[in-house]
Design a protein around this ligand. Sequence first.
Ligand SMILES: C[S@@+](CC[C@H](N)C(=O)[O-])C[C@H]1O[C@@H](n2cnc3c(N)ncnc32)[C@H](O)[C@@H]1O
Length: 368
Amino acid sequence: MAQRSSRFDLSTRLLGWWYNQKNKLIKNIRIQDFLARLPLTSRVARKEGEAIFQLMTGFVDTQILLTFVKSGALEHLEVNSLTIQELSEKIDIDVKSTELLCRAGYALGLVHLKSKKIFLARRGALILSLPGMIELIDHHSILYEDLLDPILFFSGKSETKLSKFWPYVFGEAKSLDSEDVSRYSDLMAKSQFMVARDTMASIKISKETKWLDVGGGSGAFAKELVKKHPSVKVSIFDVPSSNVENQLLKFIPGSFFTDEIPMGFDTISCIRVLYDHSDDTVSDLLMKIYSSLPMGGRIVISEPMLGEIIPNKWGDTYFATYTYAMKTGKTRSPSQISDLLQKNGFTRIKIFPSRRPFVTTVIEAQKN
Ligand SMILES: C[S@@+](CC[C@H](N)C(=O)[O-])C[C@H]1O[C@@H](n2cnc3c(N)ncnc32)[C@H](O)[C@@H]1O
């Protein structure tokens, strides 16, 4: 044991030495100049420079996008191409600033400027076409306000606005006010479209499936599921007032904090549910789901996840920070979720390769 730990110390020290030497070379201006003259290394140097600049300025891009969304500029341009003057009148921003904004939007791929007119570009059109995208972009102002003092934010000492925006996670479901629940459900429902697509594309769904969507909100996933698989019987288990107006779906009100998970289903899904909660809550929920499933039944988990040993850009930066701001949950890696599943009795755990990790990653496991 002692021998293994000293070998470990030695390799860590060697690694430390290697990083030190490498960084000393990288920091040397004369070496930087020399490398910038060689074809291969000059590309690396330029890419690093761009990456640092992007890290520094990303917030400016975000705010330009937000201005296009909040001012309604994208929607106006969807209807018609406009001159700077016309757009300026429509969005109530003076001509000079509108021009600056449009040039910035052009550089970011949101609009095109041609023949003195502004046209909606592909990226702008896609933003308008993706359900919930405009609302998602808009609600990020809350997270960015929380991040204004990043040291305070990451020290965990600040009270975050985001944790108030998503109130349902606090305490008992009974304390929820229905306006809060519907504001929350609406944003989640609109952004569900892509998650549902990627989830259904990953797993096999047989015709006779009896499916319970735990934390299914207003039934957005369930609606996509029955649209694609009309013979599947879907119910939704969520806190009261998450409201489902669709006749094809059954809504079972309840809270997994205090109630058992209903029985009679062979597939139970948790779509974007676990990352809102602590390990203890998730473990209790998985235990309840395990008890309610029949032998051979399966659980489907779908949500954005962290990378494994090597962090990934979406999970480890954005989603981890977002869930950190919410204060009650955390983004997990596929293997962390698999561990929780295994601890609660599930076997045959399958992690599906994700097409769009910024949308979701899917895990399936069975009760055997
Ligand atoms: C992030 S939303 C996801 C909604 C939906 N699955 C989706 O992906 O759009 C989390 C859902 O879990 C529900 N939820 C939170 N706490 C719950 C509880 N204790 N019991 C049942 N549902 C709960 C919320 O009401 C909400 O609908």
